[in-house]
Design a protein around this ligand. Structure first.
Ligand code: NZQ
Ligand code: ZN
Length: 420
């Protein structure tokens, strides 16, 4: 079943009024979608750069009530000093703080319920997510669940009704890459049903992107976050339509930028300029700009999310393994797009080459890049040991409609086995 989270997957019904991204697609068939007839606006106000929190918090929280829930993960923000700094701004603004800690990577639905119960019990007026994609995602759903009587999972997945009310929230980014601060989709793991799925939740009314808050991030997470941004751009670029439009040309620039800046980090992980560029690239890939006039693909994400449901693996690493293999399977169905990506993104000279050869060289360049940046190329390198999960992933992942080829479950299993 295709889930209703249309910044990743656009279903036929959603094409009619894609209100999630707040633009409306011109529609008849998938191939006819183009950059025309859309409305674009964006609800997230971004405070970017040094000391952005000092500017954002007094200004934005002046409008909020007194009780602010500060939500964070396993403690990195306490070690780095970010937590104390943020709480300092809140106290100066006269706020009462409700602490909510322990949001884990790949946040669970149980954690959402715990946060929502706390928000209700303490009459929280505003939720401040301080962390990476996991903390921000968890808070997007806490913000909705706290304002709802019904169970949000049942409501969205059984009844196909989506929340319209939520507690207001803001996002302070301490790990960039997912772009989670820029959208209202949240990837939540339901341990009871073994699903890692996209749940529609709250938009943050503002986001703080200060690269200084990310400098304590371990190398593995810096690189996997940046690869996630590359993945979001590729999965949008390789959607429909097949012919290049303005969004594709912007995506090419984002992808080249991400590749160049990941390479800069291999020389110096603390290269602030590169980290800053990557932080903005991450937001760019998820602020809707690249998706105007596109039906996105996101098949790699759908496979990776279910892999995460069964193995709790690192998101960017899972994508790094899946992408080259998946693209080998998809390439011949959209040679022109893959050949263009080889030339414009991987900067492979086209002269004297057939489109097929060029497309293949582009996929090889992606595969080589994964190795070059020290990411895993197989599931075993990621530390996954139970091969029986592959069939479960193939049987349960969403099949997307945006790519050049709708894969069968058998072919997804083949892809997963090639990733082993
Ligand atoms: O929990 P703490 O102690 O804070 O440690 C975290 C965590 O272990 C650590 N970390 C974060 N900031 C740090 C830091 N360590 C040191 N210094 C800092 N400044 O990093 C680890 C990973 O954090 P996490 O938030 O899980 O990483 P990421 O930002 O990659 O988020 C991954 C989650 O986002 C979802 C993924 O599926 C996954 O669940 N995604 C959300 C998306 C969205 N909403 O649009 C799109 C993505 O495609 C993705 O699916
Ligand atoms: Zn992602």
């Amino acid at each position: 079943m295709i889930r209703n989270y249309n910044f990743w997957v656009i279903t036929d019904e959603q094409k009619e009024t894609s209100v999630n991204l707040q633009f409306i697609y011109n529609r008849t068939s998938k191939e006819e979608i183009a950059v025309k007839d859309f409305i674009y606006s964006y609800p997230v106000k971004v405070y970017f750069g040094e000391k952005a929190a000092a500017k954002a918090l007094p200004a934005e929280l002046a409008k909020a009530g007194k009780t602010v829930m500060v939500a964070y993960g396993g403690g990195s923000v306490k070690k780095s000093g970010v937590y104390d700094e943020i709480c300092g701004y809140l106290k100066e603004a006269g706020k009462e703080i409700v602490d909510f800690s322990g949001i884990m990577p790949n946040p669970t639905y149980k954690k959402v319920q715990e946060g929502a119960a706390l928000a209700r019990e303490k009459n929280v007026d505003f939720i401040l997510a301080v962390g990476g994609g996991s903390v921000i995602d968890c808070c997007k759903i806490i913000a909705c669940q706290a304002a709802l009587d019904e169970d949000i999972w049942e409501m969205e997945f059984k009844n196909h009704i989506y929340p319209t009310e939520h507690l207001p929230m803001g996002a302070i980014v301490t790990a960039s890459g997912t772009g989670a601060e820029m959208n209202n989709g949240a990837v939540i793991t339901n341990e009871d049903t073994n699903e890692k799925a996209g749940v529609l939740g709250a938009y943050a009314s503002f986001a703080v992107l200060d690269v200084d808050y990310t400098m304590t991030l371990p190398k593995k997470q810096v690189i996997s976050g940046a690869f996630d941004t590359l993945s979001h751009s590729m999965e949008t670029y390789l959607g429909s339509p097949r012919d290049v439009n303005l969004s594709d040309e912007i995506a090419e620039a984002v992808m080249r930028n991400v590749i160049r800046n990941i390479r800069a980090l291999l020389v110096d992980l603390n290269d602030k300029e590169a980290r800053t560029e990557l932080m903005w690239a991450s937001a760019m890939a998820e602020n809707g700009i690249l998706k105007i006039g596109k039906v996105t693909d996101f098949q790699a994400h759908q496979i990776e999310h279910q892999l995460g449901a069964y193995t709790d693996c690192n998101h960017g690493q899972g994508l790094a393994v899946i992408h080259p293999v998946l693209y080998r399977h998809m390439c011949k169905d959209s040679v022109k797009q893959f050949a263009r990506m080889a030339e414009k993104v991987w900067e492979i000279p086209a002269e004297g080459k057939s489109p097929e050869q060029l497309a293949g060289e582009g996929i090889q360049a992606l595969k080589d890049f994964v190795k070059e940046i020290g990411m895993p190329s197989t599931f075993t390198e990621m530390g996954i040991t139970d091969k029986s999960v592959l069939k479960k992933v193939a049987d349960t992942c969403n099949l997307t409609a945006g790519c050049c080829k709708k894969l069968s479950r058998e072919e997804i299993l083949e892809i997963l086995e090639e990733c082993w």
